[in-house]
Design a protein around this ligand. Structure first.
Ligand code: ATP
Ligand code: MG
Length: 164
């Protein structure tokens, strides 16, 4: 891993721009919460490029498997030591029997629907691997008909940026 300090808010915005076109076609709204991140940033320590890959997949999944005219919300929840990153959609959700298996390589729930929306079924397996390499874990919470939440934690720097 190439751990470095970087602004997570800027990274999320960069990914929103990447999926913007796909989101617009589906009428999906992309939101970053809480609203204070319109003006403040959030420095974390992690491998930026790898975390970028994780966030691209989670946000892409939320748009791709979410509902039309739906909402995809990314929340950054700070605690003293770290930040919890939560990606939520209000799509069809994932049934309990699939929830563990979606992290397996090539596992896709609805083969025909998934083929339409493209993809190889590798995104979550890779994401899990990357988050675990950061000594963290990725977890899914989902209820059929309500939506899906994916979340993981990353550390904040031990010393404030710019401190002596
Ligand atoms: P890839 O990410 O490699 O392009 P993929 O999106 O199909 O392909 P994963 O990201 O690993 O692969 O996801 C695995 C499967 O889990 C998906 O095919 C889909 O069936 C299901 N899934 C993932 N995220 C969601 C979600 N937010 N809502 C509903 N189903 C989901
Ligand atoms: Mg994917």
């Amino acid at each position: 891993l190439r751990r470095q300090r970087f602004d997570l808010v800027a990274l999320v915005r960069e990914i929103f721009e990447l999926v913007e076109e796909k989101a617009r076609r589906r009428g999906t709204t992309l939101e970053l919460l809480p609203p204070k991140y319109a003006t403040v940033d959030l420095t974390i320590v992690a491998d930026r490029n790898r975390i970028r890959q994780v966030l691209i997949n989670l946000i892409d999944n939320a748009v791709k498997y979410g509902r039309d005219q739906g909402q995809v919300r990314v929340s950054l929840l700070e605690s003293h030591r770290g930040v919890r990153i939560v990606v939520r959609d209000d799509g069809p959700g994932i049934a309990p029997e699939h929830q563990a298996r979606i992290f397996e390589r090539f596992y896709r729930i609805d083969k025909s629907r998934s083929r339409e929306s493209g993809g190889s079924g590798l995104g979550l397996a890779i994401s899990k691997h990357i988050v675990e390499a950061h000594k963290s874990g990725i977890r899914v919470k989902s209820a059929v008909g309500e939506g899906t939440t994916m979340e993981f934690k990353l550390p904040k720097p031990k010393v404030a940026p710019g401190a002596p």
